[in-house]
Design a protein around this ligand. Sequence first.
Ligand code: ATP
Length: 229
Amino acid sequence: MIAGASSLGAPRIAMLGGTFDPVHLGHLRSAVELYEQLTLDRLHMIPAPQPPLRGRPQVAGAERLGLLKLGIGDTPGLYADGRELNRAGPSYSADTLAELRAEYGAEARLIMALGQDAFSRLADWHAPERLFALAHIVVIARPGYSAVRSPRLGELIGQREVADASTLMQSPHGGLLHLTLASSMAISATGIRRRLQQGDSVRYLLPEAVEASAVARRLYQPGAYEADE
Ligand code: ATP
């Protein structure tokens, strides 16, 4: 078991999974604000090889992980975690949470963070009820996405929703919290890929080091690269 770096009690650990194709400031600023607001010990940012519910990433996993490392740089508490890229077969968040739970122990406050757009589709995920058996879910408000709740999602959520972080942190898993972070940003990877393909500026949408690397390696230009996963 890995002990929490700063908390006196049980470690507070979050994962933010995604395609990160490429990582942008919407991801990174959300991660920093989540880390502070929930007083986390560590936030694992975990690129998926091929998310089950969406199209192929444009760039291979190893490249996306490299950009994520560049984007995080020396940001305290954030960790670029490539564990899903080494997994054979489909990569499910429940399996990743099970690994984190085994690493941090039964008392750890384990959180799966995701944006409102991803949360709206949670009922379609693989074994969604297992997610709550392993972790809390924290939903980050995202400009342009409203909190629509299908009947199946409502059923999955049941009475799990809590009003604040301190209530959430009273137990190791099983709760749901909606958060509006201070710096909500209407930035998407889709918009960034489109801009790069069109030769438009992406300055201030993603870290300069990520922009420089993506441009130098022609990662998002037409025909320049195809993910081989
Ligand atoms: P794409 O446009 O390719 O779908 P994306 O910008 O949504 O990509 P993902 O890698 O799919 O990025 O997102 C990973 C996680 O981060 C998801 O839970 C998503 O909801 C969340 N997220 C992405 N962008 C933002 C943002 N601007 N603000 C808050 N959360 C975000």
